[in-house]
Design a protein around this ligand. Structure first.
Ligand SMILES: *[C@@H]1O[C@H](CO)[C@@H](O)[C@H](O)[C@H]1NC(C)=O
Ligand SMILES: *[C@@H]1O[C@H](CO)[C@@H](O)[C@H](O)[C@H]1NC(C)=O
Ligand SMILES: *[C@@H]1O[C@H](CO)[C@@H](O)[C@H](O)[C@H]1NC(C)=O
Ligand SMILES: *[C@@H]1O[C@H](CO)[C@@H](O)[C@H](O)[C@H]1NC(C)=O
Length: 625
């Protein structure tokens, strides 16, 4: 090993001592730590010491979307008026779409339509709404459901909430009490607030859009949960995400983008119905922003809002109620009993559980994180130092496609990194990790300090992974896995595997690799990385995890397999020939000097560019769970 300059030696010894002490101190953690650490859950940035139950500016508006179905509308309004509003002022806004005037309609048909409209208008005028203002908006031309929804609301403030109700819905008299409790608990209580929540659905969660619209299965114990899908049969919208959606829609519509999302049944709807419906737009927005909706599971097909599925835009002929309306009589538990946000489960468009907010800041939390991972036998530790956001996002889409679910991303703290955690990708904040281990006392050397921090965190996390019986891959974000079969291409006798000129390393879970990777080994990694960082000009590429670890492993006589990266990987950007096929290569890599535009072009050519201009995946890929 390379000796550090003499006058720094005491400092290094001190740091190593701190580190070893830390490891020792925390090694009493049992290896079977129960479940998920609630401390991971992201907190609201605004911590109000005296949370008021609700803002005095809280406003609730019911937005009813009607057309030409008087019987439906009257059933709907009667149910809304029968709800208990707890003495609150609640407004009613009624949007009545105009009929379409088809070419060549007979005078009699037009007269008939005019008569229908007038009956609806006079019913609306005569309808007594005693809880707040009633506003009727009668359109001059047929706008359809998309504009009815989208133009129904521009939030007047961050305390204004709307409940959008299509006219063939019927609501439970209990709905408002329930919704208000949710808003108090999940919007106004800072400890249960999440910027990811866009609203509340009162309909029963029924299908999984990423699985061909298959029926959704939920256990009987789950009462409240979060699910990405919007529920159009009784949706409460929160102001901030809705405003964001309107602006996003505007931008995408104006630029001629379409809300295509491969793998989703709703994309098929869009292809058939086009701009007559609005949900494909909203779903695409939700996917690109990583947002969620609150749902309740009241069992026995019960819900606080049911759709009678009357004949109209969505149904050619009346299909009948989708659920049972929950009313007082059928109530056998307290629907107002609230939970803390950290106790709820989150589900994506595949109805696959998502664990948001896992930001690891210290050694103890690595252990928690490993226990929150899926029961797969490998872990991928990905270093995002110096990796552009687009490349990291693209890589994650490929993980989804390959069903690689056990990965840990590590990088310096950034909005992007924390946003990945909010969306459910586990991350390590390298700076916090280093300082929690006392290693920030090592002398910093600008960019070489960054590289060194990466090496140290990797050395530590690999140790934890091996201890927890995971086969561990360490890779840099400047490469892209195109197959999950990498492991099969290697010899199984060796504990370690390394690519010659790539930041790619593999440690097998075995008692011999665990023995090599002891505390003493991690200390050696620290010492060597530190001494390299201190050199005025460390040999090119030497301050890398693969370089340091390989050298030390070889000194320790470990069995290590060195493979030339070109046997399983394809380098892009070198030479002028465009390659249009991967052949049997398991990964693609490029030089760190290569420009993003150029990387993107190459990956597009290989059909490996899987993100859109929002950096979100162009497909939702569900796997058998
Ligand atoms: C959560 O954080 C609190 C305060 O920082 C701490 O006392 C507690 O031990 C932590 N819980 C876990 C499970 O780590
Ligand atoms: C309520 O709204 C008024 C007027 O916009 C504003 O000045 C006030 O700060 C708001 N109060 C709260 C508690 O948000
Ligand atoms: C009605 O006829 C006019 C003129 O022929 C045509 O431009 C328009 O597109 C037609 N509208 C519909 C709804 O068919
Ligand atoms: C806010 O939520 C926390 C966690 O669920 C709960 O303990 C606390 O009582 C709530 N505060 C109020 C004012 O309801």
């Amino acid at each position: 090993m390379v000796l550090p300059k003499r006058h720094f030696l005491p400092l290094i010894i001190f740091s190593i001592t701190v580190f070893i002490f830390y490891i020792y101190h925390h090694s009493s953690i049992p290896s079977s730590i129960p479940q998920f650490n609630p401390n991971f859950t992201l907190r609201s940035p605004i911590q109000n010491p005296n949370p008021s139950p609700i803002s005095p500016n809280f406003t609730f508006i019911v937005k009813v979307l009607a057309f030409n179905r008087l019987d439906s509308l009257s059933r709907c309004l009667r149910s809304l008026a029968a709800a208990d509003y707890l003495g609150d002022r609640v407004h009613l806004h009624l949007y009545i779409d105009h009929f379409a005037i088809a070419n060549g309609s007979s005078a009699a048909t037009v007269d008939q339509k005019l008569l229908e409209s007038h009956r609806i208008l006079s019913y609306a005028d005569g309808f007594d709404w005693k809880f707040g203002e009633k506003v009727v908006h009668y359109r001059t031309a047929n706008v359809g459901l998309q504009a009815q929804w989208l133009e129904a609301w521009w939030p007047g403030s961050d305390d204004e909430f709307v409940f959008v109700v299509e006219d063939d819905l019927e609501v439970s008299p209990l709905y408002y009490e329930f919704v208000k409790s949710l808003i108090v608990n999940f919007y106004y209580n800072a400890s249960n607030y999440s910027p990811s929540i866009y609203g509340v659905s009162l309909q029963r969660a029924r299908f999984v859009p990423g699985k061909h619209g298959n029926k959704l299965h939920l256990d009987d114990k789950t009462r409240l949960f979060l699910y990405q899908l919007v529920g159009t049969w009784g949706q409460i919208l929160f102001p901030k995400p809705w405003k964001e959606f309107r602006l996003w829609y505007d931008k995408n519509k104006a630029k001629g983008n379409r809300p295509f999302l491969q793998g989703m049944v709703t994309t098929g709807w869009y292809k058939r119905m086009g701009e007559r419906i609005w949900t494909p737009w909203f779903i695409k927005f939700i996917q690109s922003h990583g947002y969620f909706n609150i749902y309740a599971n009241f069992l026995h097909e019960r819900a606080l809002s049911v759709s009678h599925r009357d004949a109209g835009v969505n149904y050619g002929k009346t299909a009948g109620p989708d659920s049972q309306l929950l009313d007082e009589r059928s109530l056998d538990f307290n629907i107002l009993e609230m939970r803390s946000l950290s106790s709820l489960k989150w589900f994506d468009f595949c109805f696959r559980e998502v664990l948001p907010g896992r930001v690891v800041r210290n050694i103890v939390e690595v252990e928690y994180l490993l226990h929150s991972l899926q029961k797969q036998d490998s872990v991928f530790l990905v270093n995002l130092f110096g990796v552009q956001d687009a490349l990291a996002s693209n890589m994650l889409c490929h993980f989804e496609r390959l069903n690689i679910r056990n990965y840990i991303l590590m990088g310096p703290p950034s909005d992007f990194l924390f946003d990945l955690a909010r969306r459910g990708h586990p991350v390590i904040d390298v700076d916090q990790f280093i300082s929690s281990a006392g290693l920030n006392k090592l002398t910093s050397h600008g960019s070489s300090f960054d590289a060194m921090k990466g090496v140290l965190v990797q050395a530590y996390v690999v140790k934890k992974c091996i201890e927890n019986r995971y086969n561990t891959w360490v890779m840099h974000g400047n490469l892209l896995l195109t197959s999950d079969l990498l492991i099969e291409s290697r010899e199984h006798n060796n504990d370690f595997f390394v690519a010659n000129n790539l930041e790619l390393f593999y440690a097998k879970s075995s008692s011999s690799s665990e023995k090599v990777w002891s505390n003493g080994f991690v200390s050696k990694v620290i010492a060597m990385a530190d001494s390299l960082a201190r050199k005025d000009s460390p040999p090119h590429g030497s301050l890398s995890f693969v370089y340091v670890v390989t050298k030390l492993l070889e000194e320790n006589g470990a069995r290590i397999e060195r493979v030339d990266e070109t046997t399983f990987g394809m380098k892009i950007g070198s030479g002028n020939d465009r390659i249009s096929s991967l052949g049997d290569k398991k990964l693609v890599y490029w030089s760190t000097e290569m420009e993003l535009d150029s990387i993107q072009k190459w990956l597009e050519e290989l059909s490996l560019w899987s993100i859109d201009s929002d950096l979100s995946c162009t497909a939702v890929v569900c796997h058998q769970s």
